[in-house]
Structure formats: C-alpha cells, structure tokens
Design a binder for this molecule. Structure first.
Ligand code: HEM
Ligand code: HEM
Length: 175
C-alpha cells in the first residue's frame, strides 16, 4: 500500500525545500565583512523560505492526521522498525524546532528589523538581546547538523531496503 497522494507530495516538496535551506544556510555563513553585501540577499531568501517551511510542516501534520498511514512491512526486524520511528519522529520534531529557533535568532539580532517573508516583514517576537541571540544561533546551527545526521540515516535506510533487502522496499510507498 502506498502513502496517500497528498502525503507523498508534502514529503517531496518539504524534502526539496529543506535540502535547499540547509545548503543555503551553510553557504551564507559565517556572516562577516567580506561577504556582507552578498550574504544579505541570501539571508532574505533563507528566512523567507524557512518561515514558509514552518507553515508547510504545520499543514503536513494536519494532513497526516486526516489519513490512515500504511504500516511498516511486517517482515521488517523489530530494531529496524524502532529505528525508523525514532528517525521519523526526530525529523518531524526538528522540522518544527529549527525554524522556530531561527525566528527567535533573527528577532533577537541587534541589527535586524522584522523577519522577511517574501513580500512583507513579520513582527519580531523577542526584544533585542545578545545572549538570546548567541544561544539561538548556537542551537539553530547544531540542531541543523543533528538534522543532517538523522537525514543521512533516513536516506541510507531507504536505499538499503531498496537495493539490499528488496522484500522490505519502502521507497516505493512514498514515490
Ligand atoms: C527548516 C528550516 C531551516 C533550516 C533547515 C535552517 C538551516 C540553517 C543552517 C544549516 C544554517 C547554517 C548554520 C551555520 O553553519 O552556522 C542556518 C543559518 C541561519 N538561519 Fe536557518 N534554517 C531554517 C529556518 C530558518 C528561519 C525560519 C530563520 C529565520 C526566520 C532562519 C535564520 C537563519 C539565520 C539568521 C542564519 C545565519 C546564522 C549566522 O549568521 O550565524 N533559519 N540555517
Ligand atoms: C529533507 C529531506 C527529508 C525529510 C525531512 C524526510 C522526512 C520523512 C518523514 C518524516 C517520513 C515519515 C512519513 C510519515 O510517516 O508521515 C518520511 C518517509 C519516507 N522517506 Fe523521507 N524525508 C526526506 C527525504 C527523503 C529522501 C531523499 C528519501 C529517499 C532516499 C526518503 C525516503 C523516504 C521513504 C522511503 C519513506 C517511507 C518510509 C515508510 O514507508 O515508512 N526521504 N520521510
């Protein structure tokens, strides 16, 4: 049984957006005098797409609740089922927390005025504070690296079942 169509669409649209955000995020930092004019434009797009990603995840959750999802194959060993659940939950949790912390980071930064969202600026939810900025900057970075680690396990797991363990191929269900 395949995942419902809307869940598959959400999966691949968010996958493309998140990969873009990770690459852009790493490419545009560190923000210093040498790359400031260039990075300013990229920060605008990173923040706008980051907020969009957050909204998409909220819709994704809502949509997921409305559907019955296929069970993992019964032939999958227990420890692999457990690993798949932990990785999926971890990815979902980080898809919520990382943009929220990004928003706090952007709001608390001394020199920013409003959080860009394509054609408008959203209100800053935190007053300017160097300590809040430093902590949220640290968390946004390291949680993103943790996300990359989980994502690597997720992709390698899917490819392993696809190519080395065909009876448990799950990729087919999500494409
Ligand atoms: C799922 C969504 C997001 C992902 C995966 C993501 C990922 C990243 C990554 C990987 C970096 C580079 C970290 C480093 O190497 O220092 C970064 C930097 C940054 N992100 Fe995000 N981000 C997301 C959403 C957001 C949002 C919503 C905002 C703000 C509204 C935001 C604001 C920033 C800022 C300001 C930086 C630069 C930090 C610095 O200059 O040190 N991000 N992001
Ligand atoms: C940023 C990128 C990605 C994220 C955040 C992500 C996240 C997720 C999540 C949370 C699920 C669970 C679906 C649910 O129960 O609602 C899932 C399912 C799945 N993903 Fe990804 N994914 C990403 C990229 C990929 C890629 C590149 C592949 C292919 C190599 C892939 C293969 C799969 C497969 C096969 C499933 C279905 C697993 C099952 O049958 O239970 N994903 N993904």
């Amino acid at each position: 049984m395949k995942y419902p169509f809307s869940i598959r669409i959400f999966h691949w649209v968010s996958a493309a957006l998140i990969l873009g955000l990770l690459i852009l995020g790493i490419y545009m930092t560190p923000y210093d005098e040498s790359n400031m004019p260039f990075a300013d434009g990229l920060y605008f797009w990173h923040k706008s797409f980051g907020v969009l990603m957050f909204l998409i995840v909220i819709f994704r959750f809502y949509n997921r609740k409305k559907h019955t999802l296929p069970e993992l194959p019964s032939t999958l060993p227990k420890h692999e089922k457990f690993a798949a659940h932990v990785v999926h939950k971890g990815l979902y949790l980080l898809m919520i927390i990382i943009p929220l912390i990004g928003y706090i980071q952007s709001s608390s930064y001394e020199y920013s005025g409003g959080v860009p969202f394509f054609i408008m600026y959203l209100p800053e939810i935190i007053t300017k504070d160097a300590t809040v900025f430093a902590v949220s900057n640290f968390l946004h970075r390291w949680l993103s690296y943790l996300f990359i680690l989980l994502l690597t396990c997720h992709i390698l797991g899917a490819l392993k079942h696809r190519f080395f363990d065909k009876e448990n191929d799950v990729l087919n269900r999500i494409i």
